[in-house]
Design a protein around this ligand. Structure first.
Ligand code: SF4
Length: 370
């Protein structure tokens, strides 16, 4: 492997290419890799991340069926089209029966993981969520269920876990407290977000953290903190997507994050948490037609095609120009499968648990062992 770092005689980073794996990189090395636009260095970084991914997952790419079940949100994140202050979007909620219908469609298409994602919508209280979780697990006991509902008290998370939910996604978005404060209103806090992530892990969920790249006010130092936080938390999943503006938000006129930066951060996240499940996100596919394939080549190993009913897809407008909002679930499934194969990977419709998964923990206070 050639190291362009060495060939440029940069002493600080000399040999970093050969040492990318199996060794904790220094802050200076990471900052260099976060910012480099050198094609040779990026190739080397992506190849190293690909090798690490192969150690844990081979060429497998796991499918998750995404169900965006509510576009209501009580929060006001400055970057998000679902923020409560956005009066321009039409809001929707799926009924439990509609959610189950999405799962049935997904099951027919072979999905073995369902992801229920929504804004922080108080309408879906613990009672309603546990009812939905129980109904899904009753009908599809072999399938994994992921929740992505935002911040809730620990007791709520425990109830969801006891009801059968297996995984929880809660992106922290930025691990730099000052940056977090510029992306969110004062009532939201990074400390609370991190606390939720730690509680979810303690309860026994496979936990997904994650962050945006190229967001307004972000510096390379913010991304360094994201990587250090990933190393500390050791999440089972890491979601990374470029910032994409949504016109009706305070950040509506900001520029989108670059594809290269997002790809470098996917690769660095793979090196930071080698066995993590890392999606090639829809946002990657939105900023570049082959963004998801490139993310797989940079170390990602999960895709999340949409199972939401077609009539609501466009309404779940986190950001503008989101791809795949018009396609049927079956079309999405087969389109992505083809993309994965042509990128040289193997699409797999199994549950696709984290590589270190040894079975569900007994939930706190639980009597229903699984
Ligand atoms: S990012 Fe999540 S919590 Fe924030 S406004 Fe959007 S849906 Fe709500």
């Amino acid at each position: 492997m050639h190291s362009d770092v060495s060939s440029r005689g940069d002493e600080k980073n000399r040999g970093a290419g050969e040492k990318l794996t199996g060794k904790k990189l220094t802050d200076a090395q990471l900052l260099h890799l976060i910012t480099t636009e050198d094609p040779g260095e990026m190739r080397e970084l992506f190849a190293a991340a690909g090798r690490v991914r192969e150690v844990h997952y081979g060429k497998a790419v796991y499918f998750r069926g995404l169900i965006e079940f509510t576009s209501f949100c009580k929060n006001n994140c400055y970057y998000c089209g679902l923020r409560k202050g956005n009066a321009k979007i039409e809001r929707y909620r799926l009924s439990p029966e509609e959610i189950l219908a999405c799962c049935r469609m997904g099951d027919t298409l072979g999905y073995k993981t369902f992801v229920l994602q929504g804004g922080e919508d108080p309408f879906f209280d613990d009672e309603k969520i546990t009812g939905i979780v129980s109904a899904i697990k009753k009908e599809f006991p072999e399938s994994a269920l992921t929740l992505s509902l935002g911040e809730r008290p620990r007791e709520s998370y425990e109830r969801f876990f006891r009801a059968g939910a297996d995984r929880y996604l809660l992106r922290h978005e930025t691990a730099d407290p000052a940056h977090y404060g510029k992306m969110h209103p004062p009532e939201m806090s990074l400390a609370e977000r991190k606390n939720c992530l730690r509680e979810l892990k303690k309860i026994g969920f496979q936990v997904g953290a994650g962050f945006m790249t190229g967001s307004p006010f972000q510096t390379p130092g913010c991304l360094l903190q994201d990587l250090r936080f990933m190393e500390e938390l050791q999440p089972e999943m890491i979601g990374i997507g470029p910032f994409i503006p949504q016109a009706d938000t305070p950040f509506g006129s900001q520029s989108a994050g670059s594809l290269n930066l997002a790809l470098r951060m996917v690769a660095l996240a793979r090196l930071a948490v080698p066995a993590a499940l890392i999606p090639a996100t829809t946002a990657m596919g939105t900023i570049a037609p082959d963004g998801r394939e490139l993310a797989l080549k940079a170390g990602a190993n999960v895709v999340m095609p949409n199972l939401s009913p077609q009539n609501v897809r466009k309404l779940y407008a986190l950001y503008d120009n989101k791809i795949c909002t018009g396609d049927e679930a079956a079309a999405c499934r087969f389109c992505i499968e083809g993309r994965i194969r042509s990128a040289g990977f193997e699409p797999l419709m199994c549950r696709g648990d984290w590589a270190g998964f040894t079975g569900r923990k007994t939930p706190p206070g639980n009597t229903l062992k699984k």
